[in-house]
Design a binder for this molecule. Structure first.
Ligand code: THU
Length: 135
């Protein structure tokens, strides 16, 4: 699957965003190494802190289905009602990626027409992960 095709799935997933407070809608599409794709959108909450980002929804759906091997994620975000623009993952989502992904995991940002992939190690240098807890 191309980066542009994965981004198209993120754009589609963004339609499901529940973001009445920020009115910032995000969609994500997570590509597993077996070729399957899990999507997510941000889901906000009146108490604010229970809000979950689109990326984590995609990861947790995939992990709960038994997937642990991931190749790439595409993210599309922006003000509700406007086309998505470049939206980089928050620090918490980068840390979730660190738990399940290798340093070469690709994070695709931008739009279907103009997207660029960054590696996890570029976006989270010197990250703390499962390897650090090994005796
Ligand atoms: N958000 C995401 O879903 N992913 C990101 O990468 C950045 C932020 C959501 C969280 C919240 O619902 C809204 O965007 C504004 O922060």
């Amino acid at each position: 699957m191309t980066h542009s095709e994965l981004m198209a799935k993120a754009v589609r997933a963004r339609r499901g965003a529940y973001a009445p407070y920020s009115r910032f809608a995000v969609g994500a599409a997570l590509l597993c190494r077996d070729g399957s794709v899990y999507t997510g959108c941000n889901i906000e909450n009146a108490a604010y802190t229970p809000t979950v980002c689109a990326e984590r929804v995609a990861f947790f759906k995939a992990v709960s289905d038994g997937h642990r091997d991931f190749a790439a994620i595409a993210i599309s975000g922006g003000p509700m009602g406007a086309p998505g623009t470049q939206t980089a993952p928050c620090g918490v989502c980068r840390q979730v990626m660190m738990e399940f992904c290798t340093p070469d995991f690709e994070i695709v940002l931008g739009t279907e027409d103009d997207c660029r992939a960054y590696t996890l190690s570029e976006l989270l240098p010197l990250g703390f992960g499962p390897e650090n807890l090994k005796p």
